[in-house]
Design a protein around this ligand. Structure first.
Ligand code: NAP
Length: 328
Protein backbone atom coordinates (compact mmCIF):
# COMPACT_ATOMS: atom_id res chain seq x y z
CA UNK A 1 0.00 0.00 0.00
CA UNK A 2 1.46 3.42 -0.92
CA UNK A 3 2.42 5.57 2.06
CA UNK A 4 0.31 8.61 2.88
CA UNK A 5 2.00 12.01 2.73
CA UNK A 6 1.97 12.11 6.53
CA UNK A 7 3.64 8.68 6.76
CA UNK A 8 6.20 9.68 4.14
CA UNK A 9 6.99 12.88 6.01
CA UNK A 10 7.27 10.94 9.25
CA UNK A 11 9.63 8.44 7.62
CA UNK A 12 11.93 11.17 6.26
CA UNK A 13 11.94 12.88 9.61
CA UNK A 14 12.64 9.61 11.46
CA UNK A 15 15.67 8.98 9.26
CA UNK A 16 16.97 12.51 9.75
CA UNK A 17 16.48 12.43 13.45
CA UNK A 18 18.28 9.11 13.71
CA UNK A 19 21.17 10.63 11.70
CA UNK A 20 21.24 13.81 13.75
CA UNK A 21 20.79 11.76 16.97
CA UNK A 22 18.74 14.68 18.26
CA UNK A 23 15.37 16.27 17.61
CA UNK A 24 17.13 19.61 17.10
CA UNK A 25 17.78 21.57 15.02
CA UNK A 26 14.48 20.53 13.52
CA UNK A 27 14.02 23.76 11.59
CA UNK A 28 16.91 22.76 9.35
CA UNK A 29 15.41 19.30 8.90
CA UNK A 30 12.03 20.79 7.97
CA UNK A 31 13.56 23.17 5.46
CA UNK A 32 15.78 20.59 3.78
CA UNK A 33 13.10 17.90 3.54
CA UNK A 34 10.12 20.00 2.57
CA UNK A 35 12.05 21.73 -0.25
CA UNK A 36 10.34 24.91 0.88
CA UNK A 37 6.87 23.43 0.14
CA UNK A 38 4.53 24.77 2.89
CA UNK A 39 2.23 21.72 2.78
CA UNK A 40 5.07 19.28 3.18
CA UNK A 41 6.54 21.44 5.89
CA UNK A 42 3.25 21.26 7.79
CA UNK A 43 3.22 17.46 7.46
CA UNK A 44 6.71 17.31 8.85
CA UNK A 45 5.87 19.58 11.76
CA UNK A 46 2.75 17.50 12.55
CA UNK A 47 4.80 14.32 12.64
CA UNK A 48 7.31 15.74 15.14
CA UNK A 49 5.05 15.05 18.08
CA UNK A 50 5.22 11.32 17.26
CA UNK A 51 9.00 11.46 17.03
CA UNK A 52 9.33 13.19 20.39
CA UNK A 53 6.86 10.79 22.01
CA UNK A 54 8.53 7.78 20.43
CA UNK A 55 11.70 8.47 22.31
CA UNK A 56 10.12 7.68 25.69
CA UNK A 57 9.86 3.90 25.14
CA UNK A 58 11.42 3.43 21.74
CA UNK A 59 11.85 -0.23 20.71
CA UNK A 60 11.12 -1.53 24.22
CA UNK A 61 9.02 -4.69 24.32
CA UNK A 62 5.90 -4.83 26.48
CA UNK A 63 3.40 -7.61 27.16
CA UNK A 64 -0.06 -6.43 28.29
CA UNK A 65 -2.77 -8.85 29.42
CA UNK A 66 -6.34 -7.78 28.67
CA UNK A 67 -5.05 -5.12 26.30
CA UNK A 68 -7.93 -4.95 23.85
CA UNK A 69 -10.33 -2.77 25.87
CA UNK A 70 -10.44 -0.36 28.78
CA UNK A 71 -7.35 0.40 30.84
CA UNK A 72 -5.31 -2.25 29.00
CA UNK A 73 -6.21 -0.67 25.66
CA UNK A 74 -5.12 2.71 27.02
CA UNK A 75 -1.79 1.23 28.08
CA UNK A 76 -1.19 -0.58 24.77
CA UNK A 77 -2.07 2.57 22.82
CA UNK A 78 0.16 4.94 24.79
CA UNK A 79 3.08 2.48 24.68
CA UNK A 80 2.77 2.08 20.89
CA UNK A 81 2.45 5.86 20.48
CA UNK A 82 5.76 6.13 22.27
CA UNK A 83 7.61 3.69 20.05
CA UNK A 84 7.24 0.42 22.00
CA UNK A 85 6.62 -3.02 20.52
CA UNK A 86 3.61 -4.35 22.38
CA UNK A 87 2.17 -7.86 22.52
CA UNK A 88 -1.30 -7.87 24.05
CA UNK A 89 -3.83 -10.60 24.73
CA UNK A 90 -7.55 -10.99 25.38
CA UNK A 91 -10.30 -13.50 24.57
CA UNK A 92 -12.13 -11.68 21.77
CA UNK A 93 -9.95 -12.08 18.70
CA UNK A 94 -11.92 -9.71 16.42
CA UNK A 95 -11.60 -6.79 18.83
CA UNK A 96 -7.92 -7.53 19.46
CA UNK A 97 -6.95 -7.86 15.79
CA UNK A 98 -8.87 -4.68 14.91
CA UNK A 99 -6.96 -2.71 17.53
CA UNK A 100 -3.65 -4.25 16.41
CA UNK A 101 -4.30 -3.04 12.85
CA UNK A 102 -5.40 0.46 13.91
CA UNK A 103 -2.35 1.01 16.09
CA UNK A 104 0.10 -0.33 13.52
CA UNK A 105 -1.27 2.02 10.89
CA UNK A 106 -1.28 5.07 13.13
CA UNK A 107 1.70 5.11 15.47
CA UNK A 108 5.48 4.69 15.36
CA UNK A 109 5.69 1.57 17.56
CA UNK A 110 4.04 -1.75 16.76
CA UNK A 111 1.47 -4.06 18.30
CA UNK A 112 0.75 -7.76 18.07
CA UNK A 113 -2.44 -9.42 19.37
CA UNK A 114 -2.55 -12.97 20.72
CA UNK A 115 -5.83 -14.65 21.70
CA UNK A 116 -5.61 -16.01 25.24
CA UNK A 117 -7.98 -16.62 28.13
CA UNK A 118 -5.91 -16.03 31.24
CA UNK A 119 -8.54 -17.78 33.37
CA UNK A 120 -8.83 -21.09 31.50
CA UNK A 121 -8.14 -23.97 33.81
CA UNK A 122 -5.95 -25.74 31.25
CA UNK A 123 -3.97 -22.53 30.72
CA UNK A 124 -3.39 -22.25 34.45
CA UNK A 125 -2.50 -25.90 35.00
CA UNK A 126 -0.43 -26.57 31.91
CA UNK A 127 0.66 -22.97 31.38
CA UNK A 128 0.08 -23.54 27.68
CA UNK A 129 -1.79 -20.33 26.93
CA UNK A 130 0.49 -18.25 29.09
CA UNK A 131 3.64 -19.81 27.69
CA UNK A 132 2.25 -19.34 24.21
CA UNK A 133 1.76 -15.62 24.80
CA UNK A 134 5.12 -15.12 26.49
CA UNK A 135 6.93 -17.14 23.84
CA UNK A 136 5.10 -15.32 21.08
CA UNK A 137 6.29 -12.01 22.49
CA UNK A 138 9.89 -13.18 22.73
CA UNK A 139 9.79 -14.81 19.30
CA UNK A 140 8.29 -11.79 17.60
CA UNK A 141 10.00 -8.92 19.40
CA UNK A 142 12.89 -10.35 21.45
CA UNK A 143 13.21 -10.09 25.24
CA UNK A 144 10.45 -8.51 27.32
CA UNK A 145 11.13 -5.15 29.00
CA UNK A 146 7.76 -4.65 30.67
CA UNK A 147 4.96 -6.99 31.73
CA UNK A 148 1.62 -5.34 32.46
CA UNK A 149 -0.77 -7.67 34.29
CA UNK A 150 -4.12 -6.03 33.68
CA UNK A 151 -6.79 -8.59 32.67
CA UNK A 152 -9.35 -8.78 35.44
CA UNK A 153 -13.05 -8.80 36.13
CA UNK A 154 -15.38 -7.24 38.67
CA UNK A 155 -18.54 -9.26 39.36
CA UNK A 156 -21.81 -7.39 40.02
CA UNK A 157 -22.83 -6.75 43.65
CA UNK A 158 -22.41 -9.93 45.73
CA UNK A 159 -23.21 -10.94 49.31
CA UNK A 160 -20.95 -13.48 50.95
CA UNK A 161 -23.99 -15.67 51.69
CA UNK A 162 -24.54 -16.21 47.95
CA UNK A 163 -20.98 -16.85 46.81
CA UNK A 164 -19.75 -20.40 46.28
CA UNK A 165 -16.15 -21.52 46.69
CA UNK A 166 -16.10 -22.34 42.96
CA UNK A 167 -17.08 -18.74 42.07
CA UNK A 168 -14.43 -17.36 44.40
CA UNK A 169 -11.74 -19.66 42.93
CA UNK A 170 -12.76 -18.72 39.40
CA UNK A 171 -12.34 -15.01 40.19
CA UNK A 172 -8.94 -15.71 41.76
CA UNK A 173 -7.87 -17.57 38.60
CA UNK A 174 -8.43 -14.44 36.50
CA UNK A 175 -7.51 -11.70 38.95
CA UNK A 176 -4.64 -13.25 40.92
CA UNK A 177 -3.34 -16.59 39.60
CA UNK A 178 -2.91 -15.22 36.06
CA UNK A 179 -0.81 -12.31 37.41
CA UNK A 180 1.39 -14.78 39.30
CA UNK A 181 1.82 -17.09 36.29
CA UNK A 182 2.51 -14.35 33.76
CA UNK A 183 5.14 -12.94 36.13
CA UNK A 184 6.65 -16.37 36.70
CA UNK A 185 7.01 -17.11 32.99
CA UNK A 186 8.09 -13.60 31.94
CA UNK A 187 10.68 -13.16 34.70
CA UNK A 188 13.51 -15.09 33.04
CA UNK A 189 13.32 -12.57 30.18
CA UNK A 190 12.70 -9.56 32.46
CA UNK A 191 15.79 -10.44 34.51
CA UNK A 192 17.91 -10.28 31.36
CA UNK A 193 16.56 -6.87 30.33
CA UNK A 194 16.40 -5.50 33.92
CA UNK A 195 12.78 -4.83 33.07
CA UNK A 196 9.71 -4.17 35.18
CA UNK A 197 6.27 -5.50 36.05
CA UNK A 198 3.16 -3.36 36.48
CA UNK A 199 0.17 -5.04 38.13
CA UNK A 200 -3.29 -3.50 37.91
CA UNK A 201 -4.81 -3.61 41.39
CA UNK A 202 -7.53 -1.22 42.62
CA UNK A 203 -8.03 1.45 45.28
CA UNK A 204 -10.63 -0.87 46.82
CA UNK A 205 -7.84 -3.39 47.46
CA UNK A 206 -6.65 -1.16 50.28
CA UNK A 207 -9.86 0.62 51.35
CA UNK A 208 -12.63 -1.94 50.66
CA UNK A 209 -15.94 -1.65 48.82
CA UNK A 210 -19.50 -2.71 49.68
CA UNK A 211 -20.87 -5.98 48.30
CA UNK A 212 -17.58 -7.06 46.75
CA UNK A 213 -15.72 -9.30 49.20
CA UNK A 214 -14.24 -11.59 46.50
CA UNK A 215 -13.15 -8.78 44.13
CA UNK A 216 -11.70 -6.63 46.92
CA UNK A 217 -9.76 -9.58 48.30
CA UNK A 218 -8.24 -10.31 44.86
CA UNK A 219 -7.09 -6.70 44.53
CA UNK A 220 -5.63 -6.66 48.06
CA UNK A 221 -3.72 -9.81 47.12
CA UNK A 222 -2.23 -8.02 44.10
CA UNK A 223 -0.88 -5.17 46.24
CA UNK A 224 0.68 -7.68 48.66
CA UNK A 225 2.07 -9.83 45.82
CA UNK A 226 3.57 -6.74 44.19
CA UNK A 227 5.48 -5.82 47.34
CA UNK A 228 6.69 -9.39 47.97
CA UNK A 229 7.82 -9.78 44.35
CA UNK A 230 9.55 -6.38 44.42
CA UNK A 231 11.61 -7.57 47.40
CA UNK A 232 12.66 -10.83 45.74
CA UNK A 233 13.36 -9.37 42.30
CA UNK A 234 15.36 -6.31 43.38
CA UNK A 235 18.48 -8.49 43.40
CA UNK A 236 17.77 -9.32 39.77
CA UNK A 237 17.29 -5.68 38.77
CA UNK A 238 13.56 -6.13 38.07
CA UNK A 239 11.19 -3.48 39.42
CA UNK A 240 7.67 -4.54 40.41
CA UNK A 241 4.98 -1.90 40.97
CA UNK A 242 1.22 -1.73 40.90
CA UNK A 243 -1.39 0.79 39.83
CA UNK A 244 -4.54 1.17 41.90
CA UNK A 245 -7.21 2.96 39.90
CA UNK A 246 -10.24 4.62 41.44
CA UNK A 247 -12.99 4.92 38.85
CA UNK A 248 -11.78 4.85 35.26
CA UNK A 249 -14.44 4.95 32.53
CA UNK A 250 -14.06 1.64 30.67
CA UNK A 251 -16.35 -1.12 29.32
CA UNK A 252 -16.10 -2.76 32.76
CA UNK A 253 -17.46 0.33 34.53
CA UNK A 254 -20.11 0.92 31.90
CA UNK A 255 -21.30 -2.71 32.25
CA UNK A 256 -21.46 -2.43 36.06
CA UNK A 257 -23.45 0.83 35.76
CA UNK A 258 -25.86 -0.83 33.30
CA UNK A 259 -26.43 -3.67 35.75
CA UNK A 260 -27.29 -1.25 38.59
CA UNK A 261 -30.94 -0.55 39.48
CA UNK A 262 -30.49 3.10 38.43
CA UNK A 263 -27.83 3.34 35.72
CA UNK A 264 -27.67 7.15 35.64
CA UNK A 265 -27.32 7.41 39.40
CA UNK A 266 -24.63 4.71 39.45
CA UNK A 267 -22.73 6.53 36.69
CA UNK A 268 -22.87 9.93 38.42
CA UNK A 269 -22.02 8.36 41.80
CA UNK A 270 -18.95 6.87 40.15
CA UNK A 271 -17.80 10.30 38.95
CA UNK A 272 -18.58 11.97 42.28
CA UNK A 273 -16.47 9.47 44.20
CA UNK A 274 -13.41 11.33 42.94
CA UNK A 275 -12.42 14.73 44.38
CA UNK A 276 -11.89 15.72 40.77
CA UNK A 277 -15.56 15.00 39.99
CA UNK A 278 -14.96 12.83 36.96
CA UNK A 279 -13.78 9.41 35.84
CA UNK A 280 -10.18 8.80 34.87
CA UNK A 281 -9.61 7.99 31.21
CA UNK A 282 -7.99 5.04 29.47
CA UNK A 283 -5.32 7.40 28.14
CA UNK A 284 -4.51 8.70 31.63
CA UNK A 285 -4.08 5.08 32.72
CA UNK A 286 -1.66 4.52 29.83
CA UNK A 287 0.24 7.68 30.73
CA UNK A 288 0.83 6.51 34.32
CA UNK A 289 1.92 3.04 33.16
CA UNK A 290 4.37 4.56 30.66
CA UNK A 291 5.79 6.82 33.35
CA UNK A 292 6.36 3.83 35.65
CA UNK A 293 7.91 1.74 32.88
CA UNK A 294 10.06 4.42 31.25
CA UNK A 295 10.91 7.03 33.83
CA UNK A 296 10.17 5.97 37.41
CA UNK A 297 13.42 3.97 37.54
CA UNK A 298 13.98 4.43 41.29
CA UNK A 299 10.62 2.98 42.33
CA UNK A 300 9.78 -0.58 43.22
CA UNK A 301 7.05 -2.12 45.38
CA UNK A 302 5.01 1.08 45.05
CA UNK A 303 1.23 1.15 44.86
CA UNK A 304 0.62 4.09 42.46
CA UNK A 305 -2.83 5.64 43.03
CA UNK A 306 -4.73 6.63 39.89
CA UNK A 307 -7.74 7.95 41.72
CA UNK A 308 -8.43 11.66 41.23
CA UNK A 309 -8.23 11.96 45.03
CA UNK A 310 -10.98 9.42 45.78
CA UNK A 311 -9.22 8.22 48.94
CA UNK A 312 -9.06 11.69 50.55
CA UNK A 313 -11.36 13.43 53.01
CA UNK A 314 -14.29 12.27 55.12
CA UNK A 315 -17.54 11.24 53.48
CA UNK A 316 -20.95 9.87 54.40
CA UNK A 317 -19.96 6.25 54.80
CA UNK A 318 -22.22 4.62 57.32
CA UNK A 319 -25.20 2.58 56.23
CA UNK A 320 -26.77 2.49 59.69
CA UNK A 321 -28.61 5.27 61.54
CA UNK A 322 -25.91 7.71 62.75
CA UNK A 323 -25.82 8.38 66.51
CA UNK A 324 -25.40 11.71 68.32
CA UNK A 325 -22.44 11.66 70.74
CA UNK A 326 -23.22 11.73 74.47
CA UNK A 327 -23.04 15.09 76.23
CA UNK A 328 -19.60 15.90 77.66
N1 NAP B 1 -12.14 0.59 35.39
C1 NAP B 1 -11.96 0.85 36.64
O1 NAP B 1 -12.53 1.82 37.19
C2 NAP B 1 -11.02 0.00 37.46
C3 NAP B 1 -10.84 0.36 38.80
C4 NAP B 1 -9.97 -0.38 39.57
C5 NAP B 1 -9.29 -1.45 39.03
N2 NAP B 1 -9.48 -1.79 37.73
C6 NAP B 1 -8.73 -2.95 37.22
O2 NAP B 1 -8.10 -2.61 36.00
C7 NAP B 1 -8.07 -3.76 35.13
C8 NAP B 1 -8.74 -3.41 33.80
O3 NAP B 1 -10.07 -3.00 34.05
P1 NAP B 1 -10.99 -2.38 32.89
O4 NAP B 1 -11.99 -1.53 33.57
O5 NAP B 1 -10.16 -1.84 31.81
O6 NAP B 1 -11.72 -3.72 32.38
P2 NAP B 1 -12.50 -3.98 30.99
O7 NAP B 1 -13.01 -2.72 30.44
O8 NAP B 1 -13.49 -5.06 31.30
O9 NAP B 1 -11.36 -4.61 30.03
C9 NAP B 1 -10.79 -5.82 30.43
C10 NAP B 1 -9.83 -6.32 29.38
O10 NAP B 1 -9.32 -7.59 29.82
C11 NAP B 1 -9.68 -8.62 28.88
N3 NAP B 1 -9.99 -9.82 29.65
C12 NAP B 1 -10.95 -9.98 30.58
N4 NAP B 1 -10.94 -11.25 31.03
C13 NAP B 1 -9.94 -11.88 30.38
C14 NAP B 1 -9.44 -13.20 30.38
N5 NAP B 1 -9.99 -14.14 31.19
N6 NAP B 1 -8.41 -13.52 29.58
C15 NAP B 1 -7.86 -12.60 28.77
N7 NAP B 1 -8.29 -11.33 28.71
C16 NAP B 1 -9.33 -10.98 29.50
C17 NAP B 1 -10.87 -8.05 28.10
O11 NAP B 1 -10.97 -8.58 26.77
P3 NAP B 1 -11.90 -9.89 26.46
O12 NAP B 1 -13.20 -9.66 27.14
O13 NAP B 1 -11.98 -9.93 24.97
O14 NAP B 1 -11.16 -11.06 27.00
C18 NAP B 1 -10.47 -6.58 28.02
O15 NAP B 1 -9.51 -6.39 27.01
C19 NAP B 1 -8.76 -4.88 35.89
O16 NAP B 1 -7.81 -5.68 36.52
C20 NAP B 1 -9.62 -4.13 36.90
O17 NAP B 1 -9.89 -4.91 38.03
C21 NAP B 1 -10.35 -1.10 36.94
Amino acid sequence: MPLSRQQKASEILHKNIRCHKSVFPLCDVFLINSHGNPNEMLDLICSVQFIEMAQRYQDKVALVTGGSKGIGKGIVTVFVQHGAKVCFCARDEDVGKKLEKELNEKYPGSSFFVKCDVAKEEDIIFILGIQKVVNSTVAKFGEIDCLVNNAGRHPPDQKIDDISAAELRSLYDTNVVSYFLFAKYALPSLRKTKGNIINLSSLVGSMGQPNAVPYVSTKGAIIAMTKAMAIDEAVNGVRVNCISPGNVWTPMWSKLANEAIDTNKATIDGAEAQLMGRYGSMEESGNLALYIAAEATFTTGVDFLLTGGAELSYGRKTRVQAQMPSTL
